[in-house]
Design a protein around this ligand. Structure first.
Ligand SMILES: *Cc1c(COP(=O)(O)O)cnc(C)c1O
Length: 353
């Protein structure tokens, strides 16, 4: 690649973040969530770097699981959405994949294919899962058919709020409907690993924290030991002097109030930089933070470097990474870190270290 726009992926940071997840939930086993191309970091490289450290990976879809199997990965792999056809269930069986079951249809598929499964209960998120009162019947059906049930799980809707009645209700409900059940239990995503120790149970399912983004909103940099695993960077391709009263970019949404130095950086929404990032979104360039100004274009952004007059063509700008947290950029664009990390486009090479 000649253009310098790139997502640098720090695999050692991912391993450190896994160690943090393990130390926060020392009694639990870890299932590393690497769906959506490892949250944009490259599913195979992430899997490769963690495969000796975790027994099990989770992906969203069977196609993602097959990417892992086709590459020869032999860890257990859980398909979080399960499957919707007999053909997929048979493929999963052939490749020794664990399937989530959350509908009557999936029970039938699992019975037919003799799959190994996790059961998903809906305790309040109301997206996927059986009602708690259905659990005895579901278990009976699966076990009568010799389906290997490996765990029962649920998913929290509000784990990122450190004090949440909705989460307390979900935990109570899960506890109530699994009481006396001697199967392994799983509740916690990253937010619950960090903020809800009562939710750790037997298996924790860290995703976003592995990539170094805190799932807890508004957490300051100093409070989080997580290591950002992606540095998204691009080059300054022009530095222009703009006169008072002139505007910059599409729609003329930013107007100079003082004579300004504006750096144009070679990254835009076609690369995954958020189109809705507001004026003032931090960009790290020339050794410090400078504010985004004007609209984000397809291939370029503009940054006010008036206070960093040494910035020049060829300099590297960090869009997010260790100096600008992806969560800050997300907040400034009205979205979440997950959206930005998974949205870095295929035009952007991933470079590994
Ligand atoms: C994506 C996902 C996770 C991981 O969530 P994070 O917030 O990224 O830690 C865990 N469990 C399920 C069911 C998921 O879909």
């Amino acid at each position: 690649m000649q253009r310098k726009t790139a997502a640098h992926v720090h695999l050692d940071a991912i391993r450190e973040n896994l160690a943090i997840a393990c130390s926060l939930a020392p009694q639990a086993q870890v299932i590393a969530v690497i769906k959506a191309d490892g949250y944009g970091h490259g599913i195979l490289r992430v899997a490769e770097s963690l495969k000796e450290r975790v027994s099990t990976f989770a992906v969203a879809t069977i196609d993602e699981a097959m990417v892992l199997r086709d590459a020869g990965l032999s860890n257990a792999v859980l398909v979080l959405e399960g499957v919707t056809s007999a053909e997929s269930a048979a493929l999963a069986r052939t490749h020794d994949l664990l399937l989530m079951v959350h509908t009557a249809e999936q029970i039938a598929l699992a019975v037919e294919a003799k799959s190994s499964v996790w059961i998903k209960l809906d305790t309040g998120m109301h997206r996927l899962g059986f009602e708690g009162r259905e659990l005895p019947g579901v278990l009976q059906q699966l076990q009568a058919a010799d389906v290997d049930v490996q765990a029962i799980c649920t998913h929290l809707a509000c784990a990122d709020e450190v004090d949440s009645d909705a989460t307390r209700r979900q935990l109570d409900s899960f506890q109530t409907c699994t009481v006396g059940c001697d199967l392994p239990l799983s509740i916690a995503n990253s937010a619950a690993i960090i903020a809800w120790p009562d939710a750790h149970a037997d298996w924790v399912r860290p995703g976003i924290m592995l990539y170094g983004a805190s799932p807890i909103g508004g957490e300051p940099l100093a409070a989080q030991p997580l290591q950002p695993a992606m540095t998204f960077s691009a080059q300054v391709i022009a530095v222009r002097k703009i006169a008072v009263g002139e505007s910059v970019g599409y729609g003329a949404h930013w107007t100079c109030k003082r004579e300004s130095l504006v750096a144009t950086v070679g990254v835009g929404y076609a690369d995954g930089y958020p189109r809705h990032a507001r004026n003032g979104t931090p960009v790290f360039v020339g050794g410090g933070i400078a504010p985004l100004v004007g609209s984000v274009s397809m291939d370029m952004i503009t940054v006010d470097v008036t206070d960093r007059p040494l910035v020049s063509i060829g300099d590297t700008a960090e869009l997010w990474g260790r100096n600008v947290l992806v969560s800050e950029v997300a907040a400034s664009a009205g979205t979440i870190s997950y959206n930005l990390l998974t949205g870095v486009s295929s035009r952007v090479p991933r470079l590994y270290s």
